[in-house]
Design a protein around this ligand. Structure first.
Ligand SMILES: [Zn+2]
Length: 165
């Protein structure tokens, strides 16, 4: 709990961070993505621990400054955003709600893999538009590191698949 003048709790911080979206997937917040791992407040000083999806992800700095801006809005002046790679991020961490939001956004959610992401490379990929499995991979390198481009042979639309990690 907070013990400073600001009187903001961890729950306030978590709630505010719900508004900070992933710059690459604007439909998911950093909380939905499980990128935000921990929040600590001590004497009006807030420390947020985050684990980026990819170590070399260029969006890290964007996310960091978005978090800082949001917490400044909340009233914090001393803000630390720490990167943690202790427990690597994995698409297995995405909850059902996050997966549903992805699909609604038109991105096929990452296939669940129980620790073996390579095994998902050859499974049938479902089109997020028409749910057909008659799809072909067009390009393993989508607009960002974590997305691949597919084409649906049933509804003739391209779509993206979130790479399992
Ligand atoms: Zn389709």
């Amino acid at each position: 709990m907070s013990n400073g003048k600001l009187n903001k709790s961890n729950a306030d911080v978590w709630e505010a961070l719900q508004d900070v979206t992933d710059p690459e997937i604007p439909v998911l917040s950093l909380v939905d993505m499980k990128i935000i791992r921990d929040v600590k407040i001590e004497n009006d000083e807030v420390c947020v621990t985050m684990t980026p999806t990819f170590a070399g992800c260029p969006a890290i700095y964007q996310m960091k400054s978005d978090i800082e801006e949001k917490l400044r809005e909340l009233g914090f002046e001393k803000i630390h955003v720490e990167l943690s790679f202790k427990e690597p991020w994995s698409t297995e961490m995405l909850g059902d709600e996050a997966r549903m939001k992805l699909e609604t956004f038109g991105i096929t959610p990452p296939t669940k893999h129980k620790g073996d992401p390579i095994s998902t490379m050859h499974v049938a990929v479902t089109c997020p538009h028409c749910k057909s499995e008659n799809t072909t991979m067009e390009n393993p390198f989508g607009p960002t590191l974590c997305r691949m481009i597919y084409y649906c042979n049933a509804c003739h639309q391209p779509f993206e698949r979130f790479k399992a990690l």
